[in-house]
Design a protein around this ligand. Structure first.
Ligand SMILES: [Zn+2]
Length: 323
């Protein structure tokens, strides 16, 4: 298995195709790598750097590639690995190294979460972006494009990395040795973001929320069930995460009804298959709307107990109304 997470989907992406063509004809000075998931963007930048330095066309196995993957390559410089705010002094420090010649004669700077650079820093950085030394390439990882000043944006070629198909995330997590149930839950709740999927797969709390939400939906049959189940939901450490998970399960049950061969839904079969039999399409769709309404309300700090009770009663009513 490759050391690089999501290698397969990244290599198949349009973004990589563009970068590979540029490596062949000579990398540009600056790119903004726009991606909702910083872990995925990070893998992408490592893949690009490995291809730029590898004597075998990006094998990911030779000494050069390994150094890039381990972030120890002398000419692949990482900046703001902690993904925190970037201040003026940090940028001045970066700029001071730009003119130093690299060992190989070429340097790649990976700037993590460049969108967290404050405006003063961006203005400081602008001159370097305008007149970078030869053979220096900046890869600016950006989650939110609005975080960059227009002047900075316009000096970087845009490379967009799409979200990953949930099925690929599921398979990659299995490759990493994750348990089937955990991989399926993490992929289903990932929004197509591998970094989020990994975090979920490593969080026992999240998996417990998922199992609790699936069990609640299965057990909800009569009014006395609401009285019994509601306190458990209210007692949860983070009821908002629980509601998020609940909405994902209802969405997947709805998907499963129309696409029973969907791989992830299949892996979640015990939960999702049972649910899609217990609830009609119409009931699932209405429940989804109600959960989303409560999610909005709980973020406004309304009475949690009343909201959860109310939600469970509404779900029960809808379930029986639309059999
Ligand atoms: Zn190599």
């Amino acid at each position: 298995m490759s050391e690089l997470a999501f290698e397969k989907s990244l290599k198949a992406s349009r973004a990589f195709e563009i970068m590979l063509a540029d490596i062949k004809k000579g990398l540009g000075h600056a790119y903004r790598i726009v991606c909702a998931d910083s872990d995925l963007a990070d893998s992408f930048c490592l893949l690009v750097a490995a291809n730029a330095f590898c004597p075998n066309g990006g094998c990911l196995e030779c000494v050069e590639c390994r150094k890039v993957l381990h972030k120890t390559h002398a000419d692949v410089l990482h900046f703001n690995l902690e993904r925190t705010d970037i201040k003026k002094d940090d940028v001045l420090e970066l700029i001071s190294t730009v003119n130093m010649r690299g060992l190989s004669g070429r340097k790649i700077y990976v700037i993590h979460r460049a969108d967290l650079m404050n405006a003063t820093s961006q203005n400081k950085f602008l001159k370097t972006l305008e007149e970078p030394p030869e053979n220096v390439t900046f890869l600016l990882q950006v989650e939110n494009e609005l975080g960059l000043l227009e002047t900075v944006r316009s000096r970087c070629s845009a490379i967009f990395i799409d979200r990953v198909d949930e099925k690929e995330i599921y398979e990659e997590l299995l490759n990493m040795g994750k348990d089937e149930h955990i991989a399926a839950v993490a992929a289903a709740c990932s929004d197509g973001m591998p970094g989020k999927a990994l975090a979920i797969a490593e969080s026992q709390d999240y998996i417990a929320y998922y199992d609790a939400a699936a069990s609640l939906l299965c057990r909800l049959n009569k009014s006395s069930d609401v009285v019994e189940l509601s306190p458990a939901v209210q007692a949860m450490k983070d009821p908002n995460v629980f509601l998020d998970v609940l909405s994902i399960i209802v969405r997947d049950a709805l998907v499963f009804k129309h696409d029973p061969n969907n791989t992830i839904a299949k892996a979640l079969n015990a939960d999702i298959g049972a649910l899609s039999e217990k609830f009609s399409d119409r009931a699932l769709a209405e429940i989804l709307t109600q959960i989303n309404a409560v999610r909005k309300k709980t973020s406004l700090n309304v009475n949690l107990q009343a909201s959860i009770d109310n939600l469970l009663f509404c779900m029960l009513e809808v379930k029986h109304k639309w059999q």
